[in-house]
Design a binder for this molecule. Structure first.
Ligand code: SF4
Length: 177
């Protein structure tokens, strides 16, 4: 059996969705015979490859680096999954939208800094004015809400996608019943 190419992406999120992936525990070993993990914060691949079958995207689009990355991921991926509420709705990162990026940067790097008040270092990705969910930048094929989605939900999703089936998460996500 040809293995599927699986990728996981971390945009502006807390890593909780990736922790939920790891929470599949021994079921990850069971599924691993069906995929190669070709890109992920969990492994040491530097470049997002061509021809990815499934990409699980955690987090919202908050910076120019996020926007560039998600467009590249979309170009090179067959099935793109918005995994978790930050990817699906903006969720926690979008709480800054009502303040504006400049106010957040001022507060973080100057007003809240006791000793080293400064401007953001040049190598910090530029914040976009508004945090947006993934589907406002690129086409999304599957939405999986939850903060984070449960390991059971992710296991069911991956089992179905790796088998070439259309995902059916009814009863597993809070919107799926
Ligand atoms: Fe973290 Fe929840 Fe966002 Fe996932 S959806 S990255 S768990 S805040």
């Amino acid at each position: 059996m040809t293995k599927k190419k699986l990728a996981t992406i971390w945009l502006d999120g807390c890593s909780g969705c990736h922790m939920s992936i790891l929470d599949m525990d021994e079921r990850l070993v069971e599924l691993s015979s069906q995929f190669d993990l070709v890109y992920s914060p969990l492994v040491d691949h530097k470049d997002f490859p061509e021809g990815v079958d499934v990409a699980l995207v955690e987090g919202s689009v908050s910076s120019d680096a996020d926007a560039h990355k998600i467009r590249l991921v979309r170009e090179r991926t067959n099935i793109l999954v918005s995994l978790g509420d930050c990817a699906v709705t903006g969720n926690v990162p979008s709480m800054r939208n009502s303040f504006g990026a400049d106010a957040i940067l001022r507060n973080t790097y100057a007003q809240s800094a006791a000793f080293t008040q400064q401007s953001p270092p040049l190598d910090v990705p530029k914040l976009l004015p508004i945090v947006r969910p993934v589907h406002e930048y690129v086409r999304v094929d599957v939405f999986v809400p939850g903060c984070p989605p449960s390991a059971d939900t992710i296991y069911t999703l991956l089992s179905q996608l790796l088998a070439g089936q259309t995902p059916n998460l009814a009863g597993l996500t809070r919107f799926g019943a």
